[in-house]
Design a protein around this ligand. Structure first.
Ligand code: C2O
Ligand code: CU
Ligand code: CU
Length: 500
């Protein structure tokens, strides 16, 4: 049974209180809904929304710490968003942001989660086809105080993936409170491919947060549940953005993860500079593609190359450029999708770089699914109802029921899935257990986005849009498919399927 939103929200709040999330002055008045207290008096923006274009950075980019050892301990911890160190986050190994996991392709993931939270949690390895029981399925949780060893072979392509908790109806809050990290699969051949490595390979975890007087706030109203919880500060590797980074006058690789609960980003460079899209969720494209902006929905990753060889002495700014408003975001209590803000300023060295690199001409071709080989077609209709009730976000008219298996998929079969968005909110649809290919948007191959030409595990389905994908599973396990707007997911926009 799906709990009504009211109980849901009460549960959020009691957990927020239990975990000490934020010095929530607004918490006492939580019964009334409405503004969560984050907008006005927010330290970075004085109520104006995300930082305005042109605001200079709050500090020099912190690089992600790489996980050492094989244990991820989830526990309450501290964070600092510029207003001093505070209690109230949940962290892996005490780190804000979460540690970067590096895996060798063809190796084995072998990591133990120790749950020192006061509630169940688990870990989902987003983008990887985990073995049975290892996927972080919403019902496969690790009780408070318990631990669990995750172990399965990693056969995915080299690329940028991530990991985060996925417990039933608690995913959004746990991710938001600091449990979300990047995971890189590496086969050691990137230098041979002509890709930047080392200090020229920069990992950026992007997530918006609602910050009030330096404190994280998570207190979704009914309206916020409709839009998803959106922040007034974009964090970059856990720092309140925008930030700065010193780089060589060379070709630079960025790995971008949108770990926001619901905000869609639109990475772009200052001055309308062209940059090169090289990889999507499931690794490298067939060749770099020139772009001036790329929509990046929650859950998605991209890798891009910036050509800074002729930019010595310049400041090149990565922004999230504005884009046509999607959804009814204005109804929430934070700046809507599509507003522009700065992310990071690259301060380029004054002198020419040694070995500045090049933009590679090609990578390896991607074998495309042959649509004629489809054995099964499935349609998923995405709806939301704008009434003041729980469970607005549904797939094929139903809410997620953990006890119900919604469909079975035969391992090895090539399937064609169609997502049809019947509403006015964008839904980044995510499938566990495989990588897929996008066949068309609104029935047209020509309407596909630049990111649609790579392997994907999450695809943005815009208001009233339909998207067709082709996919095949090679691991038999119990998986889910859901909207990666995490408030929508927790509201019920998820289905179970078993690969048999
Ligand atoms: Cu990144 Cu099912 O999630
Ligand atoms: Cu996933
Ligand atoms: Cu959604």
């Amino acid at each position: 049974m799906h709990r009504p939103l009211f109980e849901n929200r009460r549960q959020f709040l009691s957990n927020v209180a239990m975990l000490g999330l934020a010095g929530l002055t607004g918490l006492a008045g939580c019964g009334g809904g409405g503004d969560a207290g984050g907008m006005n008096g927010g330290m970075n923006m004085g109520g104006a929304g995300l930082p305005s274009p042109g605001v200079t950075g709050s500090g020099v980019l912190r690089t992600l710490s790489v996980l050492s050892g094989n244990t991820l301990t989830a526990a309450a911890g501290r964070y600092d968003l510029g207003g001093g160190s505070r209690d109230g986050a949940n962290l892996y190994n005490g780190l804000w942001p979460s540690p970067l996991i590096r895996l060798a392709s063809g190796g084995v993931l072998d990591l133990t989660l120790q749950n020192q939270l006061n509630e169940p949690t688990n870990i989902h390895w987003h983008g990887l086809a985990a073995a049975p029981g290892m996927d972080g399925h919403p019902m496969e949780v690790v009780a408070a105080g318990a631990s669990r060893r995750y172990q399965f072979p990693v056969f995915e392509r080299p690329g940028t993936y991530w990991y985060h908790p996925h417990p039933h109806q608690m995913t959004a809050r746990q991710v938001y409170s600091g449990l979300a990290g990047m995971l890189i699969i590496d086969d050691g051949n990137d230098a041979r491919r002509g890709l930047p490595t080392g200090a020229r390979d920069i990992a950026l975890v992007l997530a918006d947060k609602r910050v009030s007087n330096g404190a994280l706030v998570y207190q979704p109203s009914v309206m916020d549940m409709m839009t998803g919880w959106m922040g007034n500060v974009l964090t970059v590797n856990g720092m309140a953005g925008p930030v700065t980074a010193n780089v060589d006058a060379a070709v630079i690789r960025l790995r971008l993860l949108n770990a926001s609960n619901s905000r869609i980003l639109n990475p772009a460079l200052s001055g309308g500079r062209v940059f090169w899209l090289t990889a999507t969720d499931g690794g490298l494209l067939a060749a770099p593609v020139p772009v001036t902006s790329v929509l990046l929905a929650p859950g998605e990753r991209i890798e891009v190359l910036l050509d800074l060889r002729n930019e010595a002495g310049q400041r090149v700014r990565l922004t999230s450029a504005n884009f046509a408003a999607m959804g009814n975001s204005m109804m929430g209590s934070a700046p809507p999708h599509g507003s522009a803000f700065d992310v990071i300023d690259f301060v380029v060295a004054n002198t020419a770089a040694v070995n500045p690199g090049t933009i590679p001409a090609t990578f390896s071709p991607i074998a495309r699914f042959d649509p004629a080989a489809t054995t099964v077609t499935r349609v998923f209709e995405l709806t939301e109802m704008n009434g003041m009730m729980a469970g607005q976000h549904r797939i094929n008219g139903v809410l997620y029921n953990p006890a119900r298996v919604d469909f079975l998929v035969r391992r090895g079969d090539q399937e064609r899935w169609q997502f049809i968005n019947r509403g006015m909110e964008p839904h980044p649809m995510h499938v566990h257990g495989t990588q897929f290919q996008v066949l068309s948007r609104d029935g047209s191959e020509g309407r596909r986005l630049a990111t649609d030409f790579g392997w994907k595990d999450t695809v943005l389905v815009r208001p009233f849009e339909s998207v067709e994908i082709a996919l095949r599973f090679v691991v038999s396990a119990n998986y889910v498919l859901h909207c990666h707007n995490l408030e929508h997911e927790d509201d019920g926009m998820m289905l179970n399927f078993n690969v048999v």
